[in-house]
Design a protein around this ligand. Structure first.
Ligand SMILES: *[C@@H]1O[C@H](CO)[C@@H](O)[C@H](O)[C@H]1NC(C)=O
Ligand SMILES: *[C@@H]1O[C@H](CO)[C@@H](O)[C@H](O)[C@H]1NC(C)=O
Ligand SMILES: *[C@@H]1O[C@H](CO)[C@@H](O)[C@H](O)[C@H]1NC(C)=O
Ligand SMILES: *[C@@H]1O[C@H](CO)[C@@H](O)[C@H](O)[C@H]1NC(C)=O
Ligand SMILES: *[C@@H]1O[C@H](CO)[C@@H](O)[C@H](O)[C@H]1NC(C)=O
Ligand SMILES: *[C@@H]1O[C@H](CO)[C@@H](O)[C@H](O)[C@H]1NC(C)=O
Ligand SMILES: *[C@@H]1O[C@H](CO)[C@@H](O)[C@H](O)[C@H]1NC(C)=O
Length: 373
C-alpha cells in the first residue's frame, strides 16, 4: 500500500517538523522563568527609530523616572518626543555622525547590569556612542541614582542596526567596526565581559549606586539583624537555587552547590573574622534554613523577599562587608558592588559557565573560587 506509506511519511515528517519547532522555540526563549518581560523582549529588541511612538507603547514606562541631567528627553507617558541627538557624559551623538552601539536587553536585573557595564566598556574602548534598549534603561533607572547611558527610544535617526554577538563583534577589524557602527551595532545574546569592564571598576560602581531608600532600608535591616552583637563583620551570603538548577543541568550538566560549599566558605570567614555575621538572601530560604549550620547563632536571614523586586536583596548584600556567592549574575553584582572579599563556587562542571570564565579572566583582587562540592 504505497499510498498509505506516503501519507504516513508525510504525517511523520509533519510531526517531526512540528516537534522541532516547539523544541526550538522553547530553547531559544532562554532559561529565565518568571520574567514578566520575557514576552516583551522581542518587541523591544530593536527600537527602530524614525517611527512615531504610539501613545500606548509605553507599556513599561514607570512614573518617577529620574533622568540623567543631560538627557533632556521628554519621557512623560504618551508624550515622548523624537530627537536627533543624545548625550552621554561629555559626548554627543548626532544622527549619522559617528558610530553608535547598543546591546540586547536580556534577562533580569543581574543580566541587565552585566550588559550595561559591557556596553559601557565597549563604547569606551572603541570610541562609539552607547545607547540602551528602553527596557534596560527603565529597569536600571528605577533602582540606581544616576546611570548615564541614554535610552534609544526617542532617537529619530534612520539606522539599519547590524546585529551580531559579542564574539563576532570583537573579531572585527577596527576599520570594519567603524564602518558598520555608522549604521548602528546591536550586540545580541547576553553580552557580559567582566574582564572588559573591570578596568573601569570605579566608573561602573559609580553608575550602580542605589537610590537612597534602598540604601537606608539595607542599613536598617542590617541594624535589625545584628541585634545586640558588637563589632560585627557582615558577610552577605547569596544562595541561588530554584530555576538555576535547570539552567546548570541543561547547559553544563552541573548541579547546584550544596551545604559543603557554603560551610567551607563560612568557615573561612569565621576563622578570619571571628565576629562574622552571615546575612543570607536566597530564592529558597527553606533550603537555607535546613542546610546552613550556624555556630553561635551567626546566621541570620533577610526578610521575606519578592522575586519581582530584586533590588532590596541586592542592596542588602551590597551593604555587607564581604560576600559569599554561589553563581549567577545577581550574585556577581551583589559581590562586585560590595567591594570586600568574595568567595564564589568554582569547578562545578567540566566546563566553567561563561560568567565564571569571565570572572576568572578578570583576576579580580580579593576574589577566590572555592570548590563547589
Ligand atoms: C496601541 O494603539 C494602536 C493604535 O493606536 C492599536 O492598534 C494597538 O492595539 C494598541 N496596543 C495596545 C497594546 O493597546
Ligand atoms: C506634551 O509636552 C508638551 C511640552 O513638551 C506640552 O505642551 C503638551 O501639552 C504635552 N502633551 C500631553 C498630551 O501631555
Ligand atoms: C524625524 O526625523 C525625520 C527626518 O529627519 C523628520 O522628517 C521627522 O519630522 C522627525 N520626526 C520628529 C517627530 O521629530
Ligand atoms: C567632562 O568635561 C569636563 C570639563 O570639560 C571635565 O572636567 C570632566 O572630567 C569630563 N567628564 C568626563 C566623564 O569625561
Ligand atoms: C561593614 O558594613 C557596615 C554596614 O554597611 C558598615 O557600617 C561598616 O562601616 C563596614 N565596615 C567596614 C570595615 O567597612
Ligand atoms: C592577578 O592579580 C594578582 C594581583 O592582584 C597578580 O599578582 C597576578 O599576577 C594576576 N594574575 C594574572 C593571571 O593576571
Ligand atoms: C579547579 O580545577 C582546576 C583544574 O583542575 C584546579 O587547578 C583548581 O585549583 C580547581 N579550583 C578549585 C576552586 O577547586
Amino acid at each position: 500500500m504505497p499510498r498509505c506509506n506516503v501519507k504516513r511519511t508525510v504525517l511523520f515528517l509533519l510531526i517531526v517538523g512540528f516537534t522541532c519547532i516547539v523544541i526550538h522555540s522553547c530553547r531559544s526563549s532562554d532559561w529565565l522563568t518568571h520574567d514578566p518581560w520575557k514576552l516583551k523582549e522581542k518587541e523591544v529588541k530593536l527600537v527602530i527609530p524614525l517611527r512615531q511612538i504610539p501613545n500606548n507603547q509605553s507599556f513599561h514606562l514607570k512614573p518617577a523616572i529620574k533622568l540623567s541631567h543631560q538627557n533632556i528627553l521628554a519621557l512623560n507617558q504618551g508624550n515622548a518626543s523624537l530627537i536627533h541627538e543624545l548625550h552621554f557624559q561629555n559626548s554627543t551623538f548626532i544622527c549619522r555622525n559617528g558610530g553608535i552601539l547598543t546591546v540586547k536587553s536580556g534577562g533580569r536585573l543581574g543580566n541587565l547590569m552585566g550588559e550595561y557595564a559591557t556596553l559601557w566598556a565597549l563604547a569606551k574602548r572603541d570610541g562609539f556612542f552607547p545607547v540602551l534598549q528602553h527596557r534596560t534603561y527603565i529597569t536600571l533607572t528605577k533602582y540606581f541614582l544616576e546611570t548615564s547611558i541614554p535610552t534609544i527610544t526617542n532617537l529619530n535617526c534612520s539606522l539599519k542596526w547590524n546585529s551580531m554577538n559579542l564574539h563576532v563583534y570583537n573579531k572585527l577589524h577596527k576599520e570594519e567596526r567603524i564602518k558598520i557602527a555608522k549604521e548602528g551595532i546591536f550586540i545580541d545574546g547576553y553580552p557580559t565581559s567582566v574582564s572588559l569592564f573591570h578596568r573601569h571598576r570605579n566608573d561602573i560602581v559609580n553608575e550602580f549606586r542605589f537610590k537612597k531608600h534602598y540604601v537606608e532600608r539595607a542599613q536598617a535591616e542590617l541594624h535589625r539583624l545584628r541585634e545586640n552583637r558588637q563589632d560585627v563583620v557582615f558577610v552577605g551570603v547569596h544562595v541561588r537555587r530554584t530555576d538555576y538548577s535547570q539552567f546548570l543541568q541543561g547547559r553544563f550538566q552541573a548541579q547546584l552547590v550544596g551545604e559543603t560549599y557554603f560551610t567551607r566558605a563560612m568557615n573561612y570567614f569565621r576563622k578570619k573574622f571571628p565576629s562574622s555575621l552571615f546575612v543570607v538572601a536566597s530564592d529558597d530560604m527553606d533550603w537555607c534554613r535546613s542546610h546552613l549550620k550556624p555556630q553561635n547563632n551567626d546566621i541570620v536571614y533577610a526578610g521575606n523577599r519578592n522575586i519581582e523586586s530584586p533590588a532590596e536583596d541586592m542592596a542588602l548584600l551590597v551593604a555587607c562587608n564581604h560576600t559569599i556567592i554561589s553563581y549567577g549574575n545577581f550574585g556577581f553584582w551583589s559581590a562586585y558592588l560590595s567591594g570586600g572579599e568574595v568567595i564564589l563556587a568554582g569547578n562545578i562542571s567540566r566546563m566553567p559557565t561563561e560568567l565564571q570564565h569571565s570572572i576568572r579572566s578578570a583576576n579580580i583582587s580579593h576574589w577566590q573560587f572555592f570548590p563547589g562540592f
